[in-house]
Write a protein that binds this ligand. Sequence first.
Ligand code: FES
Length: 313
Amino acid sequence: MTLKLVVRRSTEIAEGIREIALARPDDGPLPAHPPGSHVVVDCGPQRNAYSLTNCGIDPHEYTVAVLRRPAAEGAGGGSEQMHRFRPGDRVVVSSPRSAFAPVSTARRHLLIAGGIGITPMLSHARHAVRWGTDVRLLYVHRAGAGAYAGELAELLGERAQLAYRKGEFDVLLRQALVSQPMGTHLYVCGPPALMDEVLDQAAAAGWPPQRLHMERFTPAELDPGQPFTARLARSGLHVSVPAGATLLDALERAGVMVPRMCRQGVCGECRVPVLAGRPLHRDEYLSDDERAAGDSVMCCVSRSETETLEVDL
Ligand code: FES
């Protein structure tokens, strides 16, 4: 479902970061959502996914914070359009999607954020404070350039640790990974290198994968992959997918339209059933079980391990 909203505020909250508040034209209620949800926003020719910073209960506004990235950085290009939005502008967004919600049975939530990765964590932190759940935050950002740093320090007090330098962060991370009570779940969002480091260190410290949760909004540095052929069972078409092109692009070029929104492997919109062959999953949407089943593929980022992938199209 899409929502036609109006920009209520656009405010620079840190260097290169604008907070944009969206509401219904009549200021009526918006769909509620779990903490850590995101919306996909029409940004001119592009659609980008942005985390909502709201805690999700009875929202009358959706608030996102957008780091300006040059168009040359690919999926980040839509951020320039986001920065141009001003109060009164109309914006089309998807209804909120949840792929990064807190685990209700967790004994504690350990939130780790780098830079603009703080946005879903603010949503988690607000929710945790509202409902009195146990939460800790480790947030690394450049000195003076941390969005919401003051608000989080006020909200969480000693439960928030802020770091301004990598070395400082590394020390806090090591301590955090070995000092949590059993049953803690870890959530991480930020630049790919930081996320990989956190997840690797957590695994090395013995954290089981089911207690590690991540939110990636820029596709991890994806290699161009091997060429393969998509065999379309219903139409009988054979579509070549060269290295460096996505299955979604190849399908669209062949005139086969698939619903899609984010093109970043996060929204779940472009899921296509697989009938034969083995998908090479590169999305952030499917669960581990769904990946292992191998019976669907997110065609905007994922590819094929086998030379041919037969899909139900
Ligand atoms: S378009 Fe969003 S996951 Fe593919």
